[in-house]
Ligand binder design. Structure first.
Ligand code: AMP
Length: 281
């Protein structure tokens, strides 16, 4: 398996491949799990080569402590990828290498979707995401890039990014990969105790309940009941439960049959912030 830390070495390697390959790209922040591998698997099927980046992007963290505590284990990640498929190319640049100097965000206008949910609770987060993906896309120019619906708002932001910047990369959304108890795989789960991991199936339970009730109860009723259920669970501190339309990501109270909706949750357990969502229709 090839591992590169310098952009020029990565590009030299790709240019040496004949014929020039169709490139799939899976950006990650490492601490890899089965969710990341499911994206990688899809890319391996669709493309000639698959580049998996491992890069904890400092500019998308609005909280220094969260950045410091973010789980990192490059050696374990490399072993996992090597065993999974040794044809993968890993790109793990340093912040200085990728940003080519000052590690700072550009500012973006994603037509308002950057101000909802994660954007509202993590100021500057999507400027950091837009910046790092612009850098990666400009350097690698992938044909396809793979993102999980686990971070549904991020997926919509990146679709907007390539549209605004007229980039040629095709953005592919991939389904959420879950543990048997419904908990969505996340690098942050590594920070949870065994008990908290078990208890976190509660998030999926609430989402599933919202889906079951969608079309029977109205959106505000489902929202109120979900917030109430979180208040009764002492292990969690809910940041938001929102039912939103999938294009604008604006909170809705009334449903229009022609539109698509999802329910979104951000909640803390053992001071770890977890997010999840589900398609309602
Ligand atoms: P991260 O390393 O958390 O930045 O995630 C890298 C990519 O993996 C993003 O596109 C995420 O949406 C995706 N991802 C993370 N967790 C999951 C999951 N449980 N199922 C599917 N995709 C995921």
């Amino acid at each position: 398996m090839h591992v590169f830390t310098k952009t020029t070495y990565l590009l030299n390697h790709i240019e040496g491949l004949k014929p020039f390959p169709k490139i799939g790209f899976v950006p990650t922040m490492g601490a890899l799990h089965k969710g990341h591998l499911s994206l990688t698997e899809t890319s391996l099927i669709d493309n000639d080569i698959t580049i998996v980046s491992i890069f904890v992007n400092p500019t998308q963290f609005n909280n220094v402590e969260d950045l410091e505590k973010y789980p990192r284990d490059l050696q374990k990640d490399l072993e996992l990828l090597e065993n999974f498929n040794n044809k993968i190319i890993v790109f793990c640049p340093s912040p200085k290498e990728l940003y080519q100097g000052t590690v700072a965000s550009q500012q973006f206008n994603f037509e308002g979707i950057e101000n909802e949910m994660e954007g509202a609770f993590r100021p500057g987060h999507f400027d950091g995401v837009g910046t790092v993906l612009s850098l990666f896309f400009n350097a690698i120019t992938p044909n396809n890039a793979y993102f999980g619906e686990k971070d549904f708002q991020q997926l919509q932001i990146i679709k907007k990014l390539v549209e605004i910047k007229k980039m040629k990369t095709n953005i592919v959304g991939c389904p959420i990969f879950r543990e048997a108890n419904g908990l969505a795989f996340s690098s942050r789960n590594a920070r949870l105790s065994i008990e908290a991991k078990k208890a976190s199936s509660f998030i999926y339970h609430i989402l599933k309940n919202a889906k079951d009730n969608f079309g029977i109860k109205n959106a505000s009723e489902i929202t109120e009941e979900s917030i109430e259920a979180f208040k009764k669970n002492p292990l969690f501190e809910l940041e938001y439960f929102i039912i939103a339309e999938t294009k604008t990501l604006k909170t809705v109270n009334e449903i229009q049959p022609s539109k698509k909706y999802r329910a979104f949750i951000a909640a803390f357990i053992e001071e770890v912030r977890l997010i999840d969502n589900i398609a309602l229709n």
